[in-house]
Design a protein. Structure first.
Length: 370
């Protein structure tokens, strides 16, 4: 059992980094609201072409942010993980992973930026409606492609070779009325000692992913508990409900974009510089929307997780359920009883104390997350 003082210290440091990062992110966006007009004017005078100025402004915002936040990322993602014996990464592997995340963020951000401004300049009076549909379309596409296109950039997933376990899990899925494309072993052990599991994808890409850290440490009955929990997300339509939540968020975000960029719609040469200079304002408003929505989204997600926990408890029984979640807690050093404000703003899973309480365990016994 992990030392409770160490668990609290680990999460206290993690939460400080989160809060400082949030404050710096807001300050950074505010600073760019002041810098962007002059930077855009200068670039326009040198380059003179909107489709070059736009990626330079967007790219410089992303790059400077990454540089400013790099020390905190290294401290939280490498130093703390090693200090509490949760990581298997060395520095080169950590750097490579960060570069991959930066590259993926740049690609996706570039697509969004080009699509948004292309519609703003050339999409006509209904540009905002096409932007809303485009946001939802991208959300669905990314959900479908995540397990086959995005995840392999970071982790290797191979078909699970334990045929008896695969058959057991397939029967559970079929009993829940779900078809899955496969059960895969997800190679997390080169990076972390924490276990994880997910049921991801849509349609033909829907698959079960069980981390090697989980498969190597859990008994078959405990793996079944985790698997039934993940099945619950699809059986209860949580992915589709998540897409519906994205539609609501998209409506608010597009509304904010129209407020800040709407006056510069159209391809008029006199407006494009002001439209690009307003990009930091859009991002600042989106950060504000995110802060307001995050507690609501987290509450909904915690509700979803509780429903799936109940499915796992009903299917495998209290003893196996407790064993599985206590093991998850131990291996992840999860906080059994975070403060309420931390739970509201940062937890999309219930704290382990509440999860174990479903099976009649005392609320402070352990910690964990699936």
């Amino acid at each position: 059992m992990a030392d409770k003082a160490a668990v609290k210290a680990y999460h206290r440091r993690k939460n400080v980094v989160r809060l400082v990062g949030l404050a710096l992110g807001l300050a950074y966006a505010l600073a760019w609201c002041w810098v962007a007009p002059a930077w855009t004017r200068w670039l326009a005078g040198v380059v003179g072409y909107r489709w070059l100025v736009l990626p330079i402004v967007g790219g410089s915002m992303l790059l400077v942010q990454e540089i400013l936040l790099l020390p905190m990322s290294f401290y939280s993602g490498y130093v703390l993980e090693h200090r509490y014996d949760l990581s298997n990464e060395n520095v080169p592997k950590w750097v490579i992973r960060e570069l991959k995340e930066l590259g993926l963020g740049a690609v996706l951000g570039g697509v969004l930026l080009a699509g948004l401004y292309g519609l703003l300049w050339y999409g006509g009076s209904l540009w905002w409606l096409w932007a809303w549909f485009g946001w939802l379309f991208l959300a669905v596409v990314l959900t479908r492609l995540f397990p086959v296109l995005i995840l392999p950039i970071f982790y290797q997933a191979t078909p699970l070779e334990d045929e008896s376990l695969v058959d057991r899990l397939r029967r559970l899925a079929e009993g829940a009325g779900l078809r899955i494309s496969g059960v895969f072993r997800l190679g997390l052990s080169e990076e972390t000692k924490k276990p994880n599991a997910m049921l991801t994808g849509l349609g033909s890409t829907r698959r079960v992913l069980l981390s090697d850290t989980l498969l190597d440490a859990f008994e078959p009955d405990e793996i079944e508990t985790v698997f039934v929990h993940e099945l619950g997300h699809h059986r209860r339509g949580h992915i589709h409900k998540g897409i519906a939540m994205s539609a609501v968020a998209a409506t608010l975000v597009i509304g904010a974009i129209v407020w800040r960029l709407g006056p510069y719609a159209g391809s008029d040469a006199g407006n494009w510089q002001r439209a690009i200079a307003a990009l930091p304002q859009v991002l600042l408003v989106m950060l504000g929307i995110g802060l307001v929505l995050q507690p609501v989204v987290n509450a909904i997600m915690r509700r979803f997780e509780t429903q799936c926990d109940q499915d796992a408890l009903d299917a495998t029984g209290a003893e196996t359920y407790r064993s599985a979640f206590e093991k998850l807690a131990e291996m992840s050093m999860a906080d059994p009883e975070p403060s309420r404000i931390i739970e509201v703003f940062f937890y999309d899973h219930p704290p382990i104390g509440k999860r174990l309480a479903l099976a009649g365990a005392p609320s402070g016994d352990s910690a964990g997350e699936s």
